[in-house]
Design a protein around this ligand. Structure first.
Ligand SMILES: [Zn+2]
Length: 494
């Protein structure tokens, strides 16, 4: 198998795996060791025959939207529960009745009456509903639908939808300019049955899921590896080709933490055992693959070698750094650590390096970060720290792949190599991350500043999640299949 094939099949497996996790929930996420991961390759249904249909989604699209899919699945379930409740005339609480849950119950109520909201008032309609939980309320969806349905024909046409987008995507009252392609693409993603108009059912679903993310985002700040060794220790990035000062991120991050209320703050740390594969001091301890161009004796810092494994691992060599419990592995003393922070260690397996705070470099095992994010219903992930073109870039890319709206805070990150930083920047932009400076972050987190690129990303995720959930529920439930598949695998193993 050549390398391209390996990469593309790995990519395909990742998409399936992510879709699988998105639908079946988080219990299967924790693959903390390579051994667990290897075992999982045999028991994980995705590796043993069950292929969740990609639902027409191209592989270059984000893997699957965890948060949205989960909430969509949950909401569908809740809707059917509420439906049962209302048919027996029992309502558990006024909250259940009016503003929670049921997507379709309110939609079916005829003649909700003309909206009292007005497009002509000059006030931004979406500013009024931010942070009021209105995106949980189906009655509000109807109200807003009526407002934008100017000709009152029961549908939003493309012109009416344009007006909505102008109100939605703005920063402090100033609308962003959307290209024709952007508006058409978003319209098509929301228009589920592709009939060229958006009906109340489509609008209500997008209200609860797509608009909710934009108007009421749940945010995480991931502070990547702001550790002594990367600032003034054995791997100080000031000694790297770009000559940047790693300590410069500390005041930026502290200011961000002072000015912005994230729903959770996560600190990742490189946390290596003494015998870690990435240390040049250990290069002679493992057999090199015959295709490696340098020998163990001649290998230098930042050379890339291939270890025979198994598994075969490509590895850039670094000086010994961030050894567990050492001074070098500690967070910089001036970095503000907030209350209730979450700490994620990575690179703990001696045989595989981990640049990303989500996955190891071979995508065999995860750190637990995805659990921390999904269990909190996080929709938006902000990333900063060290180093831009390595761990920050890898974490940002995986966040996008997992379907989070992802923002890299560029002036709160420093890098190793200017060319690699440029490449990382371009790649992340293509993938759909937003790249901003610290100044923009408070407005984005509070949803005063609502950007079309992130809105488009959310629409893509929403459409994909909707398709995956509906495809699977029409196939009789993925959980059932997974358990059947697991039983079959276990029988086979016996
Ligand atoms: Zn490391």
């Amino acid at each position: 198998m050549n390398r391209n094939e390996t990469n593309s099949s790995r990519g395909l497996e990742f998409v399936r795996r992510a879709a699988y996790y998105a639908i079946v929930g988080t219990s299967a996420h924790r693959l903390n060791t390579t051994r667990d991961a290897r075992r999982a390759r045999y028991t994980d249904p995705l590796c043993s025959g069950l292929h969740i249909r990609e639902a027409g989604v191209s592989l270059s699209a984000p893997a699957a939207a965890f948060a949205i899919t989960m909430s969509l699945a949950k909401n569908n379930k809740k809707a059917s529960v509420n439906h049962r409740r209302s048919s027996s005339n029992k309502l558990s609480s006024p909250r259940d009745c009016k503003c929670e849950g049921s997507i379709m119950a309110d939609v079916n109520k005829a003649g909700a009456g003309l909206s009292h909201l007005s497009l002509s008032s000059g006030e931004n309609l979406f500013d009024a509903i931010r942070k009021t939980n209105a995106t949980k309320c189906s009655a509000k969806a109807q109200e807003y639908f009526n407002t934008f349905d100017v000709d009152s024909d029961g549908y939003l046409n493309d012109r009416e939808f344009d007006t909505l987008l102008k109100q939605l995507f703005c920063n402090k009252g100033q609308s962003y300019t959307l290209s024709k392609k952007q508006t058409t693409d978003i319209f098509k993603l929301i228009d589920e049955n592709q009939d060229g108009k958006i009906d109340l059912k489509e609008f209500t679903e997008c209200w609860h899921h797509w608009l909710k993310q934009i108007l009421d985002p749940v945010t995480a700040l991931v502070v990547v590896d702001v550790q002594n060794d990367f600032i003034s220790g054995t791997m100080a990035i000031c000694d790297c080709p770009a000559g940047q000062d790693g300590a410069a991120v500390v005041p930026c991050i502290n200011k961000l933490l002072d000015t912005t209320r994230f729903d959770v703050v996560i600190y990742s740390a490189d946390w290596h055992p003494e015998n870690h594969i990435s240390f040049i001091e250990n290069v002679k301890d493992r057999k090199l693959h015959h295709t490696t161009k340098v020998s163990s004796e001649n290998a230098c810092k930042m050379d890339t070698v291939i270890f025979e494994g198994p598994p075969i691992v490509e590895q850039k060599l670094w000086p010994k750094h961030c050894v567990q419990g050492s001074w070098g592995s500690e967070l910089h003393k001036d970095l503000k650590v907030v209350e209730n922070a979450v700490f994620i260690n990575k690179g703990t397996n001696p045989d595989i390096d981990s640049y990303s705070a989500f996955w190891d470099n071979n995508k065999l095992s995860q750190t637990g970060l995805i659990n921390e994010l999904t269990s909190r219903g996080i929709t938006d992930v902000y990333v900063c720290g060290l180093a831009y073109d390595i761990c920050v870039g890898a974490t940002t890319a995986h966040s996008v792949e997992h379907g989070f709206r992802t923002v890299l805070i560029e002036d709160a990150a420093r890098g190793v190599d200017v060319n690699d930083m440029k490449k990382t920047h371009d790649k992340l932009l293509r993938q759909g991350a937003a790249l901003v400076n610290c100044d923009s972050v408070p407005g984005m987190v509070s949803a005063d500043d609502r950007r079309p690129d992130l809105g488009y990303k959310a629409a893509l995720n929403f459409a994909m999640a909707r398709k995956l959930v509906k495809t699977e529920s029409s196939q009789g439930g993925v959980k059932e299949k997974l358990s059947q598949d697991k039983k079959a695998a276990q029988t086979k193993a016996k």
